[in-house]
Design a binder for this molecule. Structure first.
Ligand code: AMP
Length: 290
């Protein structure tokens, strides 16, 4: 099937209805597609009859002083990249199409949101679950594909889908990285040349933390302190958070006894970058969850 670009909610729903019992793999994105997004689409292509991808920079998930207005956008290039992978539908609604009026309903999630980005970006995860609820109803996917780069988002979407009984299977896929380890992100374009070089420290710090766990250190406080020092020494970026929590429930822990996430956020001049690594108690990397 040739790629179809759809901008209207009603047209998208009509198309989905015509697909009847075909399996649909869905990849929600904010566009400015890179290899991370495309890895999700490739997996969706392998596992489903139809692949739908959405491109929507969702104002509800941005705070008042965040980068909604200047978030990078390039529809033409996105279209070329999606087409190459064999995406069937690109759903690109305008803000007015998704939110024709001020919402009369608020969705709010409290599980797993008082830590990490949930704490640093109040309302962000509520915005994420609101838009995903709408997108899941519009697309009605069999499976939805997410990157573990946004591991808290993946945990929260799991809660959404299981507690509100969406008949959707979620797939969490590995973080795609640049050669020096920096996680691919649409926001990397905000970095100056010097910051771009320094940004590799995020992943170096995570693998350093992983090594401490493999070496048998079980105390999260010790690991966080070491990782903090590691980052502070190597970059001008300001640490927003470094946390070591259980995964997927994102609770604080006294000792590493089961699956954990080591996650961090660092502010550079124009960009706030996040990264994480999910590990078993012995330090083995968990790269995929499905
Ligand atoms: P975004 O456009 O940033 O909202 O991301 C859309 C989807 O792509 C989310 O599920 C992200 O977790 C995923 N994603 C973003 N960056 C990467 C990456 N480097 N590797 C894998 N998945 C990613």
């Amino acid at each position: 099937m040739n790629l179809k670009i759809i901008r209207s909610v009603q047209t998208m729903m009509d198309e989905i209805k015509m697909l009847k019992d075909k399996t649909i793999g869905f990849v929600p994105t904010m566009g400015y597609l890179h290899d991370g997004h495309l890895s999700l689409a490739k997996e969706a292509r392998k596992e489903n009859d139809i692949v739908a991808m959405s491109i929507f920079v969702n104002p509800l998930q941005f705070g008042p002083n965040e980068d909604f207005e200047r978030y990078p956008r390039n529809e033409e290039e996105d279209r070329r990249r999606a087409e190459k992978i064999g995406v069937d539908y690109l759903f690109i609604p305008k803000v007015e199409e998704m939110y024709p009026e001020k919402m009369g309903i608020n969705m709010s999630i409290h599980q797993g949101t008082d830590v990490l980005c949930g704490k640093s970006r109040p309302g962000h995860l509520d915005g994420v679950i609101t838009v995903l609820t709408k997108l899941f109803h519009i697309i009605q996917p069999t499976k939805a594909y997410f990157g573990l780069k946004d591991a808290q988002q993946f945990a929260v979407v799991n809660t959404l889908v299981s507690e509100l009984n969406f008949p959707i299977k979620l797939v969490g896929l590995p973080t795609v990285r640049e050669e020096d380890g920096l996680a691919k992100s649409s926001r990397n374009v905000y970095l100056s040349d010097n910051e771009r070089k320094e940004a590799a420290v995020l992943y170096e710090a995570l693998t350093f933390g992983q090594k401490l766990i493999v070496d048998g250190i079980k105390n999260p406080v010790t690991i966080i302190k070491e990782v903090k020092n590691f980052i502070a020494k190597k970059t001008s970026g300001k640490i927003d958070y470094i946390e070591l929590l259980s995964y997927p429930d994102l609770s604080e822990i006294r000792a590493i006894e089961s699956r954990v996430i080591l996650a961090l956020a660092v502010h550079f001049n124009q960009a706030r970058l996040i990264d994480n690594i999910i590990l078993e108690a012995d330090g083995t990397h968990v790269s995929k969850i499905d």
